[in-house]
Ligand binder design. Structure first.
Ligand SMILES: O=C[C@H](O)[C@H](O)[C@H](O)COP(=O)(O)O
Length: 262
């Protein structure tokens, strides 16, 4: 079974599998969104159902909430949790300082609120998402639908004065209609190529009327768990500078992985 899996799928899976080591009994856990986070949710579900792990999950999207309930995790809202012990989520890009671009799946707003309300944010990713400078992945910006074309023009004007390679913004579509987020907003994807100063970009974008949030996660992530296609996992902690290397045995994880493919 595992012989048929792509190296990227294996890498995402081993990162997800390793990340649940950060979760302990009694914790309130932020549950990210996306394909890597979905595997983490399933791994947690297995621990809840088979090992009796007691946690409450705060999902970052309706689809993660559905999956969490499906695999047996008690779901609570952020308002019920108030604060979160650890959030585990995927990313679209990360750099050496563990700054991120997120929102490829459109869940950046809830993801950023939940991650910011967490003692610890752990990002799970395959090795191919590491970059020297953020920006090759189009930066998602969530905007309110009212006047979105004006907001888009203003963002494009703003980008002229910024240290970026590209300046185009495109409205994210879902077939022939605009993609709509869980909060009822639209997403503009900014094709920047390379972001010179990600801190400044994140601040400036959020000052624009019509912008709800952007997908730059600056100084939020504490740990990145990087998976490789051969089962290796590297866990980097930005706070203490440690790097731990490990390898997951696919034989142990075969059953769960097979389930995930169904
Ligand atoms: O909105 C989506 C999230 O930010 C995802 O965590 C991100 O796009 C990574 O997704 P995936 O794990 O599917 O590559």
């Amino acid at each position: 079974m595992t012989g048929e899996l792509s190296p990227i799928d294996k890498a995402k899976f081993v990162a997800a599998k390793r990340s649940v080591d950060f979760v302990e009994d009694g914790m309130r856990v932020g549950l990210g969104t996306g394909s890597t986070a979905a595997w983490m949710v399933r791994c947690l579900g297995e621990l809840v159902c088979e090992d009796g792990l007691k946690i409450r999950g705060v999902p970052t999207s309706t689809r993660t909430a559905e999956l969490a309930r499906e695999v047996g995790i008690e779901v609570i809202s952020l308002d019920e949790a108030r604060w979160i012990d650890v959030t585990i989520d995927g990313a679209d890009e990360f750099d050496g300082n563990l700054n991120l671009i997120k929102g490829g799946g459109g869940a950046l707003l809830q993801e950023k609120i939940v991650a910011t309300a967490s003692d610890q944010m752990v990002v799970i990713t395959d090795a191919g998402k590491e970059v020297e400078k953020l920006g090759a992945f189009p930066l998602p910006v969530e905007v309110i639908p009212f006047g979105w074309q004006t907001t888009k023009s203003l963002i494009e004007e703003l980008l002229i004065s910024m240290d970026v390679l590209g300046r185009d913004a495109s409205l994210r579509m879902n077939g022939s209609r605009p993609f709509v987020t869980d909060e009822g907003n639209y997403i503009l994807d900014l094709h920047l190529g390379r972001i010179g100063d990600a801190h400044q970009m994140a601040m400036v974008l959020n000052q624009m009327p019509g912008v709800v949030e952007n997908g730059l996660f600056i100084d939020i992530c504490d740990v990145v768990v990087v998976g490789f296609g051969d089962g290796r996992v590297e866990t980097r902690d930005i706070n203490d500078g440690t790097v731990a290397e490990d390898r997951l045995d696919f034989v142990e994880t075969d059953n769960l992985f097979s389930d995930l493919q169904d």
